[in-house]
Ligand binder design. Structure first.
Ligand SMILES: *Cc1c(COP(=O)(O)O)cnc(C)c1O
Length: 363
């Protein structure tokens, strides 16, 4: 079979096509750029087992944000190191056996201590520092994620005089969408703070920038890895846990045009599927990038849902007619698994994997 998504039979569209060879090469390059920095993958970006299997050789572990993700990773990788984080952990989640537990509040820590269980914890900190240029801010001010320094101090006091729960370090995931220089500024601030506590393990989170407007603009992993290498002091363990920036590029959402129409002067292409398969353009308000086969009059590409929000891309200069294929790129993260699949009960997409050997597996 050929390696192009065009190999997917029309009857199997809409389809997700994952290029595992591209993912393998990308993850390998990221790993190489990081030097001594540990690499965990944030599973919520895309938990597809084939992607996890491709990533695994390049990873030091998985970051999960629920009991469901934990069970999923354990099923496929029983021995892999796992860090569990996320606000609002149930007792089952809080008391599960993981390599690292990211504690989000003094309340969580009190429940953990009261259980008498042992755990290796990182305290999730939200520092009050300016975060500019982020697409999502989880920290830098009042948010429900992690603790301010007063909350951390409360936890440190709670941990004194007991040895079941071991304080290993600090976790910080403050923002998404930052470039390498801005990420390094944040890292420097987090490290300064961690050193005041005297802890040696610092998880700097994910959130490395991905541009849907400019798919060719990639996060500068080399600069980031070198920068972290300069910031790290002997004896310190630095860890990151990116999601989107690892898997977004390996996935395509391929569909076909059902109808083309002009309404009040504006041209629309209605494609099979829509934002119930790939919700991110609607929630982030961007145009999902796509392969321009033949230039044409600007056309707005929408899905089959009965809502004006079901827009995949606006005024794209591409010639489309019924039956044509449309290949959206950058659909490997926060795409299928973040979408509202059952709304309108349309058929689900098929899934295809381009393996390193060049063969295509269909599911
Ligand atoms: C979502 C999340 C990540 C991954 O973020 P990306 O923007 O996908 O890199 C990492 N850590 C935590 C705690 C998260 O919530």
């Amino acid at each position: 079979m050929t390696r192009t998504p065009g190999a997917v039979p029309t009857g199997r569209l809409p389809a997700y096509v994952y290029d595992l060879a591209e993912l393998d090469a990308h993850a390998g390059a990221v790993r190489a750029a990081l030097g001594d920095v540990e690499l965990y993958y944030a599973v919520k970006a895309n938990p597809d087992p084939e992607l996890l299997r491709t990533l695994a050789p390049h990873l030091d572990g998985f970051e999960v944000a629920s009991g469901g993700e934990l069970a999923h990773v354990r099923e496929h990788f029983p021995d892999a190191p796992v860090a569990l984080g996320g606000p609002g952990k149930t007792d089952d989640e809080l008391f599960s056996e993981v390599t690292r537990l990211h504690v989000e509040s003094p309340g969580e820590l009190r429940r953990l201590l009261a259980s008498g269980r042992s755990a290796d914890v990182l305290l999730r900190v939200n520092l009050d520092i300016p975060i500019e240029g982020a697409s999502l801010a989880m920290g830098g001010g009042a948010t429900p994620f992690g603790m301010d320094p007063a909350g951390i101090a409360e936890c440190v006091a709670l941990l004194e005089g007991q040895d079941a729960v071991r304080l290993r370090g600090i976790h910080a995931h403050l923002a998404s969408g930052l470039d390498a220089p801005r990420m390094l500024e944040l890292a420097a601030a987090v490290l300064d703070y961690a050193r005041t506590l005297g802890v040696g393990e610092i998880n700097l989170g994910g959130g490395m920038a991905v541009s849907y407007a400019d798919p060719g603009a990639r996060f500068d992993w080399r600069a980031y890895g070198e920068g972290l290498g300069r910031l790290r002091r002997p004896g310190e363990t630095l860890r990151i846990e990116p999601g989107r920036s690892l898997t977004v590029y390996c996935g395509r959402y391929v569909t076909r045009v059902i109808d083309v129409k002009r309404v009040h002067g504006e041209l629309f292409a209605v494609v099979a599927g829509g934002t119930h398969h790939i919700r991110t353009p609607a929630t982030k308000g961007h145009d999902q990038p796509l392969v321009i086969t033949e230039p044409g009059e600007p056309i707005t590409i929408v899905g089959q849902l009965c809502t004006p929000k079901d827009v995949l891309a606006r005024r794209v200069p591409v010639a489309l007619k019924p039956g044509d294929r449309v290949e959206f790129t950058m659909a490997g993260a926060y795409a299928w698994n973040i979408s509202h699949h059952d709304f309108l009960m349309h058929r689900k997409p098929s899934f295809h994997y381009l393996s390193p050997g060049g063969s295509t597996t269909q599911v």
